[in-house]
Design a protein around this ligand. Structure first.
Ligand code: GDP
Length: 394
């Protein structure tokens, strides 16, 4: 499906930048337009692929291009005040050519955390296309204020979008590596997962030799209904030109590939095991998959390595695991020497990480309130001499 992406704040901008890179490398055609919005000039300058005319610096009068310093209330205020400047960039998007908007932001900071719900609300008011969010949760080692920002932004962002897809930095940190050091690798993981998912709805007519190609409307219907979503992914390398029939070669020779050239049982088994790995492995937002309201299974890979039976089995298995009857599934034929299962689980409810985030956020908020309350008295004690013998100058 074709998306208009808006990256808010540093993380949002960098991830949208990566989506453009992915789009170019894989020719998947998912990014119709990309806009970056920030209060920090340096962050906008650091982007590589988003066109300069689509980089919007907001809040210049308030913060002079230096960012909001993890103050997400200020981030939200500035986004409200300068919404016309953001709209100016959105006006250049051929909205009739996009299937949906995707607003991307790290929820732990200031600009993206505060601004992304504001821009989402604005987009929903003006356009009829769905507005989705991609929100990144901070690592648990980032500290109380980031957790508090994320918990408050999460609540607001979910309310303002048609669906909030979540990626948890904490679950993706490699052991022994700080999240900071791993952003490049993490951003690639984000883009791969969501890229396969959204790319599925963008298969050109000529490519369509697979049996049941996923359509944009299936992605939209899975996300429709709101709430919080997570994505699972697993892949396996395969030989593209193996087996005589099928494979890349067959796309040019007119042989329709299918199961003939490859062992059908192997193909089916590979698909079903990839579906299990994707659903039970690390999700973008770890959670219990039981109770997910809707799901979409996308099997990507060379057509000769995809078959209806495997996808059907995978889909059935997902129905059993989630307890939902609304599980869609289909192919995404590609030329890459890889078979991949990407699973969108929409409307998930049992998410321990969110509850933990909220708990830490409440503690952080209480701590901040206590310190503020005592601050005047403490300062008074420090500044005044015990016997009150000194007088200030004026
Ligand atoms: P903002 O510019 O004020 O919106 O704040 P940032 O985007 O710099 O940071 C917000 C949060 O996003 C941080 O607390 C991190 O958890 C996360 N973050 C920052 N940069 C990246 C990035 O490149 N990738 C990912 N996945 N997360 C990031």
């Amino acid at each position: 499906m074709k998306l208009a992406m808006i990256g808010f704040g540093q993380a949002g901008g960098k991830i949208v930048d990566k989506f453009l890179e992915y789009d170019r490398n894989t020719d998947s055609g998912i990014v119709r337009s990309a806009v970056a919005v920030n209060t920090a000039k340096a962050d906008l300058l650091g982007l590589e692929h988003i066109p300069e005319e689509n980089r919007v610096l907001i809040g210049q009068a308030r913060v002079k291009g230096h960012g909001v310093g993890a103050d997400n209330e200020l981030g939200a205020e500035i986004a409200e005040e300068d919404i016309d400047e953001v709209q100016g960039a959105i006006d250049n998007i051929p909205v009739h050519e996009v299937d949906a908007f995707l607003v991307v932001a790290g929820l732990g900071g200031g600009t993206g955390s505060g601004g992304s719900p504001v821009i989402s609300k604005h987009l929903k008011r003006i356009y009829t296309e769905p507005v989705y969010g991609l929100g990144v949760l901070p690592g648990s080692d980032e500290g109380g204020i980031y957790t508090l920002n994320a918990a408050r932004s999460f609540q607001t962002f979910v309310r303002e979008v048609d669906n909030l897809m979540v990626f948890d930095n904490d679950a993706w940190r490699k052991t022994g590596e700080s999240v900071e050091g791993g952003y490049d690798h993490i951003n690639e993981e984000i883009v791969r997962r969501f890229g396969v998912l959204f790319g599925a709805g963008e298969v050109e007519a000529g490519d369509n030799i697979a049996e049941s190609v996923v359509d944009s409307s299936e992605i939209i219907n899975t996300l429709d209904g709101g709430g919080v979503s997570t994505v699972g992914y697993a892949s396996e390398d395969v030989e593209v030109t193996s087996g005589g029939g099928g494979g890349l070669l067959s796309r040019f020779t007119g042989d329709d590939g299918g199961d003939d050239g490859l062992d059908t049982a192997n193909t089916t088994n590979r698909i079903t095991s990839l579906v299990r790995k994707a659903a039970l492995g690390r999700l973008t937002l770890p959670c219990e998959i039981e109770g997910a309201e809707r799901a979409l299974l996308v099997m990507a890979g060379p057509p000769a390595h995809l078959n209806r039976k495997g996808i059907e089995r995978g889909r059935k298995w997902l129905e059993e695991q989630t307890g939902s009857m609304e599980v869609r599934g289909g192919d995404y034929p590609t030329n890459s020497p890889k078979v991949a299962a990407s699973i969108l689980l929409a409307g998930v409810h049992n998410v321990p990480r969110i509850k933990e985030l909220q708990q830490v956020a409440i503690e952080a908020q209480d701590n901040i309130d206590d310190i503020r309350e005592q601050s005047d008295g403490n300062l008074q004690n420090l500044v005044e001499d015990d016997e009150d013998e000194l007088d200030p100058l004026f």
